[in-house]
Design a protein around this ligand. Sequence first.
Ligand code: SF4
Length: 249
Amino acid sequence: MKIYLNIWKQANAKAKGKFEKYELDGVDAEMSFLEMLDSLNERLIKEGKEPVAFEHDCHEAICGCCSLYINGHPHGPDNETATCQVHMRVFKDGDTITIEPWRSKGFPVLKDLIVDRNAFDKIMAAGGFVSIDAGQAPDANANLVGKIAADKAFDAAACIGCGACVAACKNSSAMLFVAAKVSQLALLPQGKVEAKRRALNMIAKMDELGFGSCTNTGACAVACPKGISIEHIATLNREYLSASFSEAE
Ligand code: SF4
């Protein structure tokens, strides 16, 4: 099939970007979205033109770096799907596809479709870890965790740090990301030791880095490729409130 592409091009973080139009013929419906971009780039390179810069790595919805806005939807039109899992069969011959990078103050554009998600690493460094000795794998069997808490922690741990929640939020809030990381650790015994500091420090870092506030629209959870529930934001709020009261005492 033939498709028409409208792709954001931006030379570097300081340059003014704009959309460029491309036509691509011979697109196979079974190609992945990233293979389609590869095929466009192969042609551009053969023509001596500059390829479109985009980021990808695992192609298994694990690394979170293939994040793109596709026709106004973070990660494209399918639910609970990362960009690398989108296939060209969801488009029709003759379709125009608009591709943009994440738009957020917290994620500056580095080049074309690549944004700097280093802010998430900084939030993680502020508290998204345990610093106690959690032991070896067999020791996990000695720490009994209730089924409900274990399942919830496991669901929260599915967050791949892609940033779609921020991109989808009208306030550019990173609350769903922070909630997933805080919830995952707060539900497990190993994470309880630092639970109070973690919520306060991660939220403070999120604010400092320019992410907005949460107004509970739920757009983040709809855009999330891993189905992270907005319920984790409630857990984060409880952790934050209880930590704030303890600090005040
Ligand atoms: S919560 Fe979902 S959308 Fe946000 S970073 Fe994690 S996986 Fe991506």
